[in-house]
Ligand binder design. Structure first.
Ligand code: UDP
Ligand code: MG
Length: 310
């Protein structure tokens, strides 16, 4: 037990061969004055470049570095989960491997964590200048819906956070396959303090997120945390029913008075409106059925192909 490090740093990596060698010296720098033991868990999420070779090479020169390699790309959430499962430290930090989450912020996070009552230290984006205009709009809209539907405040939140052991144990007790790390940490209810930081440009390479990927992340985030959209569909159905009763009465009245043909406009509107409302409702149901389908299959969230020191 004595060689258990105090701090585990989890770094999910997907095609970060150029960033990784720059990130580790920055970590060394940031932690140079910190007296405790630490380890870095590099999780290679099925990179197609030489990221894994890089991890192995770095691990042979530094015993604090360990690594896991997935058999293929399982996504960042799976990489974070694998890191949390492998972490041995009392304090655990999750940090992007592209340098956008500055290691220089670590001393401040560690200082905040010294407070016994604090369980989560979350880095909060001061600006979103590094993001595209579209990503900013999408994330703002998503965070608003999340707050309204679940009560979880994720405005400007990111995955750069320090968690103490009880929080990680709580996350590992949550059995869902479709995971949303930052929302799940807030959901635990442990005391959190926020530290603001400026997102840096990537050290190298490109973001792996596509618009489609972000959209499905948003849908999974909402359907995984809240049943409100289903309730909304239900209410919409009731509203539609009320409207259709009125329209039926009007149609009968037109027929009685011999003006039936003049109802064409309203009929078209009704058809278009209810047609799209139906599709929308089906879409919402579909999103939940997809969530159920994926959870019920209960497949492992990731598969490990190779390891160094874990
Ligand atoms: N990442 C990953 N699996 C993926 C996509 C990304 O492990 O399928 C890692 C990536 O290497 C980086 C972090 O997750 O360390 C954030 O990814 P990225 O920089 O592409 O996202 P953004 O900063 O645009 O949110
Ligand atoms: Mg990034």
């Amino acid at each position: 037990m004595s060689n258990r490090p105090k701090l585990s740093i989890i770094v999910p990596l997907h095609n970060e061969v150029e960033s990784l060698p720059l990130l580790l010296p920055a970590l060394h720098n940031a932690l140079a004055k910190w007296g405790c033991e630490w380890e870095v868990i590099c999780v290679d999420d099925g990179s197609r470049d030489d990221t894994w070779a890089q991890v192995v090479a770095l691990a042979t020169t530094d015993s604090r570095i360990c690594g896991l390699r997935f058999t293929r790309n399982f996504g960042k959430e799976a990489a974070i989960l694998a890191g949390l499962e492998a972490a041995r430290g009392d304090w655990i930090v999750v940090m992007d491997g592209d340098g956008q989450h500055p290691p220089a912020l670590l001393p401040k996070m560690l200082a905040c964590a010294e407070d016994e009552s604090v369980a989560i230290v979350a880095a909060k984006k001061r600006t979103r200048d590094a993001d595209t205009w579209f990503a900013r709009v999408l994330s703002r809209g998503f965070n608003r819906i999340m707050l309204a539907a679940t009560g979880l405040d994720l405005q400007n939140a990111c995955d750069y956070r320090l968690l103490k052991r009880p929080v990680v144990d709580a996350l590992l007790r949550m059995p869902e396959r479709i995971r949303f790390f930052r929302a799940m940490t807030v959901w635990t209810g442990f005391k959190q303090v926020d530290i603001e930081f400026d997102v840096l440009p990537r050290l190298a390479g490109q973001t792996a997120w596509s618009t489609r990927g972000l959209l499905s992340l948003a849908i999974n985030g909402i359907t995984g945390f809240s049943a409100q959209p289903l309730t909304l569909v239900f209410r919409l159905g009731f509203f539609g029913l009320a409207v259709s009763v009125a329209l039926t009465a009007q149609a009968i009245w037109s027929w009685e008075t011999g003006n039936a043909i003049s109802g064409w406009t309203s009929l078209t509107i009704v058809m278009v409106f209810f047609g799209s409302a139906n599709l929308l409702a089906l879409g919402v149901l579909g999103a939940y059925i997809a969530q159920l389908f994926n959870e019920i299959k209960a497949r492992p969230p990731y598969l490990v192909g190779s390891r160094v020191r874990v």
